[in-house]
Design a protein around this ligand. Structure first.
Ligand SMILES: Nc1ncnc2c1ncn2[C@@H]1O[C@H](COP(=O)(O)OP(=O)(O)OP(=O)(O)O)[C@@H](O)[C@H]1O
Length: 336
């Protein structure tokens, strides 16, 4: 393992045990206040706790008797808001960490040029941050972060402030750069997790509630937060004769088989859920939300994506009862 973190921060009710293998990217996801920023702060060294241990590439950065200050950790943070030096040009910003590491000026300049070119910024090398767009400034920040050759890169929602097209281009560039680097990314975006992260850790109330390979977790989620992040419905029940029987007795026909009576999860997309004239799963509508050219109908625990015409015909509105059916071949089942 390249990074190992084991820490308790009692004043935040956070207790974590996380590891990232060398060359891998771990995505941290979870609701507000789950502890994601706390992890980044512990690793970057901006938060110190007596009950914590952080090891990077076999070196103890924080332990009972040792402490490496943030600027000696070779850990670089890239946040949503690129913090560039306003008085330096784009090139000057990228050169800065290299010069601080003692690199001679001419070599630092050549290195900076190389990274600016990698990120398609060669034309903007002379510009100061005030003359750059948000996306350009973020690319300069990435060039600066990568030029410093960190042992670990911490990405704190790096695309959150950018518009969709810019974010998508930048995500692709980050994907290339992260291929063999060790990194942690905090994100609320499933695309970031899918394209950038080898593994996913789900945090809730200061604890890791689920972790594993990204694709595995996003196709077979085990918690409602992960399912929602993956855009899936998740229900749990007992397996009986080709169906998952939910707590309220509703039957969800699904592919198996599983041992009779075994507790199983069933995951399926909201687009696989249809209104049923009768029978099916009876639920109450809790909210309606625009979703592309469809409307996402939310109930207590299930979501269905339906055309607006159908919403009107069925008079679906918050508080209305609805019967739902799920096409069995769209359901994935796995043991709980
Ligand atoms: N400076 C602080 N002092 C004390 N408690 C804090 C501080 N910062 C955060 N906390 C608490 O620590 C817990 C974890 O917060 P943290 O900021 O790590 O969550 P997060 O997952 O990053 O949330 P968000 O998605 O809102 O950024 C929360 O209960 C929060 O209230």
């Amino acid at each position: 393992m390249s990074l190992q973190l084991r820490a308790r921060v009692p004043e935040r009710d956070v207790e974590l045990d996380l590891a990232v293998a060398a060359g891998q990217t771990l995505a941290l996801i979870g609701p507000n206040g789950a502890g994601k920023s706390t992890v980044l702060a512990l690793v970057a060294g901006t938060l110190r706790t007596p009950r914590g241990r952080v090891e990077l590439e076999g070196r103890v950065l924080a332990g009972e008797r040792s402490w490496t200050p943030p600027h000696h950790r070779r850990v670089t943070t890239l946040s949503q808001d690129p913090v560039l030096f306003p008085h330096l040009t784009a090139r000057g910003n990228v050169m800065f960490p290299l010069r601080s590491q003692g690199m001679p000026r001419a070599r630092a300049r050549a290195e900076a040029e190389r990274w600016l070119t990698e990120l398609g910024l060669q034309e903007l090398a002379e510009r100061r941050p005030a003359m750059l767009s948000g996306g350009q400034a973020q690319r300069v920040a990435i060039a600066r972060a990568l030029a410093a050759d960190p042992r670990l890169l911490l990405l704190d929602e790096p695309m959150a402030a950018l518009d969709i097209d810019v974010a998508s281009a930048l995500r692709e560039q980050l994907r290339r750069f992260l291929t063999d680097r060790t990194a942690i990314i905090v994100t609320h975006d499933v695309l970031d997790a899918l394209t950038l992260a080898d593994r996913l850790a789900v945090l809730e109330e200061g604890r890791v509630i689920e972790q594993g390979p990204t694709r595995e977790l996003l196709t077979r989620p085990r918690t409602s937060f992960t399912a929602r992040f993956a855009g899936l419905n998740l229900v749990t029940g007992r397996w009986e004769d080709g169906a998952v029987v939910l707590a309220d007795g509703a039957r969800l026909p699904a592919p198996g088989p599983h041992p009779a009576g075994r507790r199983v999860h069933a995951a399926f997309r909201p687009s696989a859920v249809r209104p049923a004239s009768q029978g099916g799963i009876r639920r109450t509508v809790t909210g309606l939300f625009p979703h592309g050219d469809l409307v996402r109908v939310r109930t207590e625990d299930l979501a269905a994506d339906l055309p607006p015409q159908e919403i009107a015909e069925l008079r679906l509105e918050p508080g209305a009862a609805v019967h739902l059916a799920v096409s069995g071949d769209a359901v994935t089942t796995y043991e709980a």
